[in-house]
Ligand binder design. Structure first.
Ligand code: NAG
Ligand code: NAG
Ligand code: NAG
Ligand code: NAG
Length: 958
């Protein structure tokens, strides 16, 4: 037993607990090596105990260094190969340290536990080492905006858990690697959602093998490279795609005809290539917001008739594409349209914008065409029309028309305005915040790679952005006073940029911990803006105003220890005694801590304390009981909107005016702390428009409360039983069915790990104000853990009447148990009967009465009259058949939820309904916008990219 260990024991005995966390000596020597390669490590990196002395940016678990987050610390120097010895390291974030240069050490490949490697905005150069392909646990890899050169390592293809791959804005060369028998390649990345490779010097053709229908990509960004050859038709197989950028390459040949298979794509950029053949027919790409096909060599053709059918279009860019003929007036009736740029074509005739165009229309640029007349509508409009270079501007008198004048450049001088206060006069190193306080903000540039909009004149977008970012910082308890955005602009590569300033709420500047945490929220994409903004990244300016915390005076402590050790050494017996007592006390203490932790997983999770584990939350906030009382008039009877076995549900109003539903568990029905924490983590991780989202939670004074979004139209059960006053006709029932099925399919097929709901029933399907269905109540949900894919053996839970008989008998829970319950809900939708009513079981009833040879399968007698008997019930038979397949006795014979979704969609089409209609009507999205409730930019995406807690400095042992 070394003197050092004894000294530690003595310190413990004397009541000083900081030494419990003494850093593992190997980790210490490794981090010392890393530190010595930096000219300016954080000032509190002194002493021999990074864990115990809480070195800035270091966090530990059981004396092992598990994360290093040093975003924006102004570090200079190189990254030492010593980093490779931190064998427990999970997160390494060195983002926004431009002074970190040199190459990435090969030893980085030894960090076998690494999940997040974030080096965005540093100055690294040289080749990306192949050893990076050994990081089998990596989920988030962000190497963008450095100076890396050479080839993309093919070994990245081995990272089969990779979720985010950002190599953009480097100097990478060569072609995109794909696998062949012996070598890996990027085509193997079936779970990756982001390929961000833009702004490099990649060349060669895009291998058709790169894409396949098994992939889950949502963003493919290959812009600004030197890629040649034609676009592979395999791209059309990746139906999950939402943003596609191939612009500014040298692609040639015709656009693959199956591109319109990509019906979720919102932003499509193919401009500035050498594409030939006809303009692609994009009929059916109804989610498309931004379409840019400019500057290619397409065949001359009339203005494509399918363009006006793209009802979500905000931006149409068809510059220099040989389009000719008349511009149809119907184009301008697209409600969301903002900009139309058709410069340099052969359009002719009269320009007629019509009278029904949207008030969002800002720009019609028809420079250099053959337009000979402009029919102006009488009412005033704010559209900027540019017709310079057309015959209409050559007529006498036309010169005075504003549409014939040289256009102003499209800029906006937006800047977040003061918040009802008069800006303060500050000295030179400080700025007046939106709240008119002088302080030194953290600043940088937000870059949006494919926004869905083009009009920069609408400040609504920026206000939403600032608000949502503020909410995100607040939910992580970061000391942020306010956020200011300014100078929106487009760069020459079609990226949209904004300046960001984040102001401190405590004092006039941030300390290092706050800066690195704010940096991490942005570099790790923990904060995601609304889908309007598309994929983004942030580059911070150097922050030089750190409020330095007092550097711990370790010298005093060690001299104490010296005195004690010296005195003790005088008598060996005394020393031994002290040591034994020390060991005992230490064990007792650890045991006591473990015990409290087990009974209450939240002990370390007091938001007022700086340490402790926070659940793995994304967006959900912590509320105090005090706040929730305020929002509900002290849980008054008038705010009560429901009750059940678990307790009561109250309606509350947040200070922002947003309505919420607050579920308060009653004494006796509370879940264990562990279950409660599970539920919060689960709920905050899943985001889908057909799932009720969690706004926040409270766990305080023995109370458990969950705060959900408020759904004004109550449950499906209430609508079916007529208590809510909503009459559901056949079309509406199909809409409810498709919504609920999509929510459930998301849980089964897209959530990672998959989630089985276990309590699907009509009271757990809620309706929003457009009757979109949302699945609620994950209280009984069970995550399908790793290693138990397929089924989980559990104690049977659920609700009688909806319970899968197979699950009931075998206790083996699978997704098919939810499919069974969903089948019962489908029968409820048809009959409005409870599953078990007067002793009769609905599944049996339908089976008995059903006769496929008769009209409506002979079910008239048990159909709900409110469904509209006598009206067209087209598709009802198919719906019944689907329901009966769902309630098949054998799980294996039931369809998956994905299949159920597809079949209901088919039934809707058969019934003459648009299965996609619900979310795409502009009125619905306006409604969402009004509520500050934009859909997530990466819809369907599970957006926690690392599996630890947040902030990473609070990871607890698993
Ligand atoms: C559309 O995508 C699906 C899913 O990947 C695929 O099975 C189908 O073949 C694609 N259709 C075309 C025409 O490429
Ligand atoms: C485009 O495709 C749609 C369906 O795929 C078809 O109905 C339409 O005629 C096509 N339009 C043109 C101009 O080729
Ligand atoms: C700004 O955008 C919002 C949301 O998209 C929209 O409701 C509003 O009409 C727009 N305002 C203008 C002036 O275009
Ligand atoms: C800013 O400058 C003033 C003097 O000009 C100084 O007193 C203050 O401490 C500085 N603030 C920071 C954060 O450096």
């Amino acid at each position: 037993m070394g003197v050092r260990v004894l000294a530690i024991l003595l310190v413990i005995l004397l009541g000083d607990s900081t030494a419990d966390a003494a850093t593992n000596p190997d980790d210490f020597s490794s981090i010392t090596g890393v530190k010595s390669a930096w000219q300016n490590p954080p000032p509190n990196w002194v002493g021999a105990d990074p864990c115990g002395n809480a070195w800035d940016g270091i966090s530990c678990t059981n004396s092992r260094i598990t994360s290093i987050t040093l975003s924006s610390m102004g570090l200079t120097g190189s990254l030492s190969g010593d980093i490779g010895q931190l064998s427990e390291l999970r997160i390494l974030d060195l983002s926004y340290n431009k002074g970190l240069t040199g190459s990435l050490p090969v030893q980085i490949g030894n960090l076998m536990k690494l999940t997040n490697l974030i080096l965005v905005g540093c100055g690294f150069s040289g080749r990306i080492p192949d050893s990076i392909g050994s990081l089998r646990n990596l989920v988030f890899l962000s190497l963008n905006s450095n100076r890396f050169s050479g080839l993309i390592p093919a070994a990245i293809g081995n990272l089969d858990r990779l979720y985010w791959l950002d190599l953009a804005d480097n100097q990478l060369t060569g072609s995109i690697p794909v696998s062949n028998g012996s070598n890996p390649g990027l085509d193997m990345l079936l779970h990756t959602k982001h390929f961000h490779f833009g702004q490099n010097q990649l060349d060669g053709t895009i291998p058709s093998q790169l894409f396949s229908s098994e992939m889950h990509l949502i963003h493919v960004l290959f812009d600004n490279n030197q890629l040649t050859g034609s676009m592979p038709s395999t791209l059309g197989l990746v139906q999950s795609l939402e943003v596609v950028r191939f612009d500014r390459n040298s692609l040639s040949g015709a656009v693959p005809g199956n591109l319109n298979n990509l019906t979720s794509v919102q932003e499509l950029h193919l401009s500035n290539n050498r594409l030939t053949g006809p303009l692609p027919n994009l009929t059916g790409m109804d989610a498309l917001n931004y379409l840019d096909l400019s500057n290619n060599s397409f065949d001359a053709a009339d203005f494509p008739p399918w363009i006006p059918t793209l009802q979500s279009l905000t931006t149409l860019m068809l510059e220099h594409t040989q389009v000719r003929g008349l511009l149809p007036v119907i184009l301008f009736s697209i409600f969301s349209l903002q900009s139309v740029v058709l410069r340099n074509n052969q359009l002719s005739g009269t320009l007629d914008i019509g009278t029904s165009h949207s008030n969002q229309l800002q720009l019609i640029d028809l420079q250099i065409n053959f337009i000979d007349d402009f029919k102006q509508s009488s009412g005033g409009y704010s559209v900027e029309v540019i017709l310079i270079g057309n015959p209409v501007c050559q007529e006498t008198g036309a010169a005075g028309q504003s549409y014939c004048a040289i256009p102003q450049s499209n800029t906006s001088s937006y800047s977040t305005p003061p918040n009802n206060c008069i800006p303060a006069t500050c000295n030179s190193n400080e700025t007046s915040s939106p709240n008119c306080k002088c302080s030194s903000p953290y600043m940088g540039t937000l870059v949006f790679r494919a926004p869905s909009f083009s009009g920069l004149g609408n400040s609504t977008y920026f206000e939403h952005l600032a608000r949502s970012m503020m909410t995100s910082f607040q939910s992580y308890q970061l000391p942020v006073d306010s956020i200011s955005l300014s100078d929106p602009r487009k760069d020459s590569s079609d990226n949209f940029k904004l300046n960001l300033s984040v102001f401190p709420s405590e004092g006039v500047s941030f300390n290092r911990t706050s800066i690195s945490s704010i940096g991490f929220v942005l570099s790790n994409q923990t904060y995601k803006p609304s889908k309007l903004f598309g994929p983004f990244y942030f580059i911070a300016d150097q922050y030089t105003y750190f409020a330095e915390a007092q550097v711990p005076t370790t010298s005093k402590k060690s001299s104490n220890v010296g005195v004690i050790v010296g005195a003790a050494a005088g008598g060996f017996v005394l020393l031994l005694l002290l040591a034994l007592v020390g060991v005992y006390a230490f064990r007792q203490k650890t045991r006591a801590e473990k015990a409290t932790e087990q009974s209450n997983p939240f002990v370390n999770w007091d938001p007022n304390k700086s340490s402790g584990s926070i659940p793995q939350l994304k967006g959900a906030r912590w509320f105090s009981l005090e706040d929730l009382k305020k929002y509900t008039n002290s849980f008054s009877g008038a705010s009560e909107i429901g009750s059940g076995g678990y307790g009561k549900v109250y309606r509350g109003t947040l200070p922002t005016g947003t309505l919420v539903a607050i579920k308060r568990a009653q004494q006796g029905s509370m879940q264990g702390g562990v279950e409660f924490k599970n539920e919060i983590e689960l709920l905050s991780r899943v985001h889908h428009k057909n799932l009720v989202s969690l706004v926040g939670f409270c766990f305080e004074q023995g109370e458990q409360l969950l705060v959900y979004e408020f759904l004004p139209n109550g449950s499906l059960k209430e609508s079916l039983s007529g208590t809510s006053g909503i009459r559901l006709d056949w079309a509406k029932r199909l809409k409810v069915a498709i919504g609920a099925a999509r929510g459930l399919a998301y849980l089964h097929e897209l959530a990672d790990p998959p989630i089985i709901h276990r309590d699907i029933k009509s009271t757990n399907i809620l309706l929003d104000d457009h009757l979109n269905a949302k699945v609620a109540d994950f209280g009984l949900s069970k995550l399908m853990g790793e290693g138990e894919r397929g089924h989980v053996t559990t104690q049977v839970k659920g609700t009688m009447g909806y319970l899968d008989p197979e699950y009931y008998m075998t206790q083996q829970l699978t997704e098919k148990s939810d499919v069974y319950s969903f089948g019962v809900v489908m029968l409820e939708l048809l009959t409005a009967r409870r599953p078990i009513e007067r002793g009769k079981y609905i599944v049996r009833e339908v089976r008995v009465v059903m006769d496929k040879d008769k009209e409506l399968y002979n079910l008239q007698g048990i159909l709900d009259p409110a469904i509209g008997l006598g009206t067209s019930l087209k598709g009802l038979e198919r719906f019944v058949e689907l329901a009966m397949r769902c309630v098949d006795d054998s799980g294996a014979d039931r369809p998956s939820m994905g299949e159920v979704v597809k079949e209901i969609e088919n039934i809707m089409v058969f019934a003459g309904l648009n299965p996609k209609a619900e979310s795409e009507t502009s009125s619905a999205s306006h409604e969402e916008a009004r509520k500050g409730n934009f859909r997530h930019p990466y819809s369907n995406e599970d957006f926690l990219e690392y599996s630890g807690g947040f902030p990473p400095s609070r990871i607890e042992p698993q």
